[in-house]
Design a protein around this ligand. Structure first.
Ligand SMILES: [Zn+2]
Ligand SMILES: [Zn+2]
Length: 283
């Protein structure tokens, strides 16, 4: 299976507009792997995109992707959906009747209400369906959606408007969770995985210097999983390889800092890697 992290950033990408911090300035000069666009993953074997952040247009342009046959969504939050106008890439703007390309959207049943209530998402998709560039499939909980010899399973997280995905074929099984791990316990049924991609969480303390990074009473800490909590989850996932993504600018960690954090945890016997934009994972 060939999995590409198209964007390894979170809601606040790196560089962040207007920001003059060291992490953003370095990213402006060096580009990838120091810069990070919004959260998105692509599985090349089945042409499956997961989520459409604002900069998905640029992410697709810089990759070798020539078709997006499927797009699965994790939840309605803007950093995961607001690039959805990208599907207009499918429209034939010159021939009539148009000879469009087409993307099948996979929307878990618990994501659908958020799409109907927030940001005009479902209305926007009504328009795309009218243009003939997408159609929508609602994934029922515990159902299996098949693409060729691959099976896609949407799994509802503790925050029940958010889903992760298990993608498997005869030889390989991977887990992709884009965001919102808070309160999630690894279910026993998850079993053995070849790869798990999960969000890194909020770094309450700088993982190298220990410096406090966020006010202790900040409401974010009630709604978001912390990096420390993520490490507990990492300990409970049985995976050959674990990759942490959704890395937020306000945590002020550079690509080099995160390489150092990987080494610190390796010494403790915890194998994890941090994602970067355009990271290819062959499993
Ligand atoms: Zn997010
Ligand atoms: Zn910055």
């Amino acid at each position: 299976m060939k999995v590409e992290i198209l964007g390894s950033g979170g809601a606040i990408t790196i560089p962040r507009p207007l920001c003059n911090c060291n992490v953003c300035n370095e990213a402006r000069i060096k580009g990838t792997p120091y810069s990070r666009m919004g959260p998105s993953v692509f599985i090349h074997d089945i042409s499956l995109l997961i989520d459409t952040p604002e900069d998905i247009v640029h992410q697709l342009n810089r990759s070798n992707i020539t078709k997006v046959k499927y797009c699965a969504y994790s939840h309605w939050h803007p950093d995961h959906t607001m690039g959805r106008r990208v599907f207009e890439m499918n429209y034939d703007w010159r021939n009539f009747p148009p000879n469009n390309m087409h993307t099948q959207l996979l929307i878990p049943e618990g994501v659908k209400p958020g799409f109907e209530e927030q940001l005009g998402t479902m209305k926007h998709f009504d328009y795309f369906e009218y243009l003939g560039i997408i159609n929508r499939t609602i994934l029922k909980d515990d159902s299996k959606f098949e693409i060729d010899n691959f099976i896609i399973q949407a799994i509802r997280l503790k925050e029940d408007y958010v889903y992760g995905y298990i993608v498997s074929n005869l030889t390989t099984r991977i887990l992709i969770i884009m965001d919102e791990l808070v309160g999630w316990k690894v279910p026993e049924s998850l079993g053995k995985l070849d790869l798990a991609i999960i969000p890194a969480g909020v770094f309450v303390n700088h993982p190298i210097t220990g410096q406090q990074n966020i006010s202790e009473n900040h409401p974010t800490l009630k709604s978001e999983c912390t990096f420390r909590e993520t490490i507990d989850i990492v300990g409970n996932i049985n995976a050959e390889k674990i990759v942490l993504s959704h890395i937020e600018e306000p945590d002020r960690l550079s690509y080099d800092d995160l390489l150092m954090v990987e080494k610190i945890y390796k010494k403790k016997g915890i194998n994890l890697e941090f994602a970067y934009d355009k990271m290819i994972l062959e499993v």
